[in-house]
Design a protein. Structure first.
Length: 140
């Protein structure tokens, strides 16, 4: 599977009083998802690197704004199997939430392209095919 990579720059006030920029790169290579932050302040020379399991909430919102929202769909005939598989890999999600989803037709997940790719890979490993769609895009 192809690597999904998204990045966004965030400007913030540096300790030196000037503006520094952090570039966040959210990447999924088909196996591992990681978010890397690289900060640089030209006026004072500050450099910092940070790694995250996923982007901070405000960065995630910027990624959604820049790259759009994605949905992960599964054929109705295997929806129950897909939800059961999701529950196995994400036991923190409340059972009631899953039960409420069982008879629905909506997407399994809505989020960034990286988030959707992560779940698609999890399900593919359990032989459950899915389809990712970008919201609001009609040029199929
Ligand atoms: Zn600085």
């Amino acid at each position: 599977m192809k690597t999904v990579r998204q990045e966004v720059d965030r400007s913030e006030r540096c300790g030196c009083g000037r503006t520094r920029t952090t570039t966040f790169i959210d990447i999924f290579d088909g196996v591992r998802r990681r978010t890397h932050g690289s900060t640089f302040c030209a006026p004072c020379g500050l450099r910092a690197e940070s790694d995250w399991d996923g982007p901070p909430q405000d960065v995630r919102a910027e990624l959604l704004g820049k790259y759009g929202s994605w949905e992960l769909h599964v054929d109705r005939s295997i929806r129950t199997r897909a939800l059961a598989a999701m529950r196995r890999t994400r036991p923190d999600v409340p059972l009631a939430e899953f039960m409420a989803e069982m008879g629905q037709d909506g997407p399994l997940l809505e989020g960034t392209e990286v988030e959707v790719a992560v779940l698609a890979a999890e399900l593919a490993r359990q032989d459950i095919p899915t389809e990712a769609r970008r919201l609001g895009k009609t040029d199929a």
